[in-house]
Design a protein. Structure first.
Lengths: 648, 120
């Protein structure tokens, strides 16, 4: 791939040149636009999380628990946009939800191309190449979580760009492309490209990245961005931008950080997806942690909107309510997924609820109109910091109902890993500081559980809104968090920065983070490493919890009771199934919603670290997975988009 | 044909089938283990079982010590390959190793003077 900036031309280029630039993205021939029903506010398949409420619920009834065992591959295609990182390009991470809307399957690739596919064959209708920068900027990998889709409520016949597909890039260029033709929408930004970095500040130490597709509501795009809040103490403040879907014109912005603290910290960005309550016009933001991630001595002022869930007026950006989920975050416990919005019945009353999962393993169930807890949240005393200059929060919000996705204490030393390592695991566990949940990072090293890898990652959970059954996958990962004096950090990184080292430049400490594993790479903690859980939201009761997925090493599958670390999310169907990839073993599964039993397994090329898309086209239901891998799980990448269906 | 010979040839045939199947597993996509070191290991171990079984079947002049040594190595190979196949979740390979194991037991437990006459 050529590494060419998307909009290299200066203002004043002649019209012909500009037109050439605008047109260069279109690669393949176009087809006549196909009439399609306009997406309503609840339409599933048109957004990253299926619908604006992030329910990930598909009304599919054709594929059932009784017949899912016969599911076979209907089609597959390989995008060609894949890198294992061994060449000039960074490794690729493909976490895109393929959108089904406008009678088309739309997906972006880790090289930021948009593909429009025939839903029944996977044949490419058109493709668009933004010719984006393909280097590691804020992220170590080339990464995309998909595209966004907008459609005019009253389309103008014969006019282009009445339906638009958007893709963001590593350098935060947001491209707008006609959904029928694959050509740039010249009226959006400059020649179809909006440079989000034009608003980067006040500490523009790195370029913002738009890897999560914007959230689309009415005629507005809500844009968050990814950064690297471990690199500097001062960093760009985590602004959310609301822009016009047609033009890219800025409507409003939201800052989670007070202006007067901008010299001391930064980020608190929204890098994950958002959700919208169309009935009440509320936008919900999962706000991440402030910089630097693991030392807060210079940011002692209350920052109530960070590591929080925040509700805004979607039209104005005005704050409606917020609830902080981690005080004075020292663990990188970003609020990391769109809250799931669902009405639940509790004690005979229907309550407009919001379900927020998180890395720390708690599932907070709130009234989505007020932010008040539906199940009790208690401020629990937590360990103090022993690091000079640090002052950890004395309490943290915890909830016991629904039961956390991970245990309250770390799982303990794995006997097998300890024997293989001749006692290394138990010696280290004894040496490291561990005083329970929220033990702060320390100079001697802290055993952290759950670690920043989760708990629940950016996919969040899924819900059957008819029954209030909520399903979520979760990881059980132990990491060591260690602060290093600046002199120690500099000495260790003098000849290059090893993996796991984060500078936190501008603070008194650097930082190193490692998975707690032995010399063979075996986890030093007891399994399971990943689970899938089901809850009754009306009572908060855990219905079932099963180890989920399998770990595979050299081709050998470890026992199923061990489960797998997961990235990705489930989808729930009206017929009583859960479809999910997410595991390390490059398999995708259908699971019985009632029992948690695995009913069907399909093999794919790489871990399907994405949300599957379930759709009906031509009278036949399909479930599509992007299988692209993620280096956090294991160094296995892919470029496969595969759809399964019942036999004809 | 003696029961011991039947057992020996059963091991050889099972190993040959295992060799072929594991080779297919190694190169064919969509099975979860293609290109994996574990799949390669099973190819090698199946080949070694095949060689050992054929050796026992055709070389009747070998010393008792060599025969016993090969038999023990075959047992270890069959058990190890079966275990590897189990963790590779390659059910057909597991089944073939069960056949090989039955062959090994047949050879080991068969009366040395007994002949088996086919019914005609």
């Amino acid at each position: 791939m050529m590494q060419v900036r998307a909009v290299p031309l200066a203002i004043g280029c002649v019209a012909a040149a500009c037109m050439a630039v605008a047109a260069r993205g279109a690669v393949t021939a176009t087809k006549a636009p196909v009439p399609a029903p306009a997406p309503d506010q609840y339409q599933t398949g048109a957004t990253f999380n299926y619908d604006l409420r992030a329910q990930k619920f598909a009304g599919a009834t054709q594929i059932t628990p009784a017949n899912v065992g016969t599911l076979t591959r209907a089609w597959q295609m390989h995008t060609g946009d894949v890198s294992d990182g061994s060449g000039k390009l960074p490794a690729s991470v493909w976490s895109a939800t393929p959108l089904f809307v406008n009678n088309t399957l739309y997906v972006s690739t880790p090289f930021y191309r948009i593909l429009a596919l025939a839903p029944d064959t996977g044949v490419i209708k058109w493709s668009y190449d933004p010719r984006s920068l393909l280097t590691a900027e804020t992220q170590p990998d080339l990464k995309t979580r998909g595209v966004a889709y907008w459609q005019a409520a009253s389309p103008v016949a014969g006019s282009a760009c009445q339906k638009i597909v958007y893709v963001g890039t590593m350098d935060a260029k947001l491209h707008a492309v006609d959904a029928d033709r694959g050509t740039p929408c010249a009226g959006f930004g400059r020649d179809g490209v909006l440079d989000v970095n034009q608003w980067n500040g006040p500490h523009a130490k790195w370029k913002l990245s738009v890897l999560q597709p914007p959230t689309v509501y009415k005629d507005t795009l809500f844009i968050g961005w990814a950064g690297k809040d471990w690199a500097f103490a001062e960093a760009p403040a985590g602004t959310v931008f609301a822009v016009d879907a047609r033009t890219g014109a800025l409507k409003w912005t939201f800052h989670a950080l007070p202006d007067d603290i901008a010299s001391e910290t930064g980020t608190a960005n929204v890098w994950a997806s958002m959700s919208v309550d169309p009935d009440h016009g509320l936008l919900y933001l999962p706000v991440s942690s402030p910089s630097p991630n693991f030392y807060g001595g210079a940011r002692r002022a209350p920052l109530p909107l960070v590591t929080a869930v925040v509700a805004l007026n979607a039209d104005t950006g005005a704050l409606v309510w917020s609830r902080q989920l981690v005080h004075h975050d020292l663990w990188d416990y970003d609020t990391n997924s769109a809250p799931v919005l669902v009405d639940i019945t509790k004690d005979g009353k229907t309550i407009p609820a919001l379900v927020q999962s998180g890395k720390q393993g708690f599932i907070f169930v709130l009234n989505r109109l007020t932010g008040e807890p539906i199940f009790p949240i208690t401020e629990t005393p937590v360990p103090a910091s022993d690091v000079a200059g640090e002052q950890a929060a004395p309490t943290q919000p915890e909830t016991a109902v629904p039961a956390p996705t991970v245990p309250d204490t770390w799982p303990g030393v794995s006997t097998l890993a300890d024997i293989v390592s001749l006692g290394y695991c138990s010696r280290e566990a004894g040496r490291l500081r561990y005083d329970g949940r929220f033990t702060p990072p320390s100079l001697r090293g802290t055993l952290t559980y759950p670690a920043t890898a989760g708990g629940v990652e950016w996919g969040g959970g899924a819900v059957d809104p008819r029954t209030g059954t909520y399903v979520v996958n979760s990881s059980s990962v132990v990491q060591t968090y260690q602060l290093l004096t600046r002199a120690d950090y500099d000495a260790r990184t003098r000849n290059g920065t090893p993996a796991g080292y984060f500078p936190m430049t501008g603070s008194p400490y650097g930082y190193v983070q490692q998975n707690f594993v032995n010399w063979l790479g075996m986890p030093c903690w007891k399994p399971p490493y990943g689970t899938l859980s089901s809850y009754d939201l009306g009572t908060g009761r855990l219905l079932w919890r099963e180890p989920f997925g399998e770990v595979q090493k050299w081709g050998f599958y470890m026992p199923r009771s061990w489960g797998s670390v997961t990235i990705g999310a489930p989808v729930v169907t009206a017929s009583g199934l859960i479809f999910i990839g997410a595991s390390m073993d490059s398999r995708v599964r259908a699971i019985d919603l009632k029992s948690g039993a695995v009913l069907w397994t399909g093999q794919v090329d790489a871990p399907a670290v994405s949300i599957p898309m379930l759709y009906e086209y031509g009278g036949r239901e399909y479930v599509a997975f992007t299988a692209g891998g993620n280096s956090i799980l294991e160094p296995k990448v892919g470029d496969q988009l595969v759809a399964f269906a019942l036999p004809n | 044909m003696k029961i011991a010979d039947i057992g020996t040839w059963a091991m050889a045939v099972a190993a040959l089938a295992s060799l072929a199947l594991s080779a297919v597993n190694y190169v064919a996509p969509d099975n979860g283990i293609h290109g994996a070191a574990g799949a390669l290991l099973v190819i090698v171990s199946s080949a070694l079982i095949l060689v050992g079984a054929v050796l026992l079947a055709v070389d009747r002049s070998a010393s008792r010590a060599l025969t016993a040594t090969v038999a023990v190595l075959l047992l270890l190979g069959i058990l190890g390959t079966g275990l590897a196949a189990y963790f590779l979740e390659a059910d057909m390979l597991v089944a073939l190793m069960v056949v090989a194991m039955a062959g090994w037991l047949g050879r080991a437990l068969a009366p040395r003077t007994q002949n088996w006459e086919p019914v005609t």
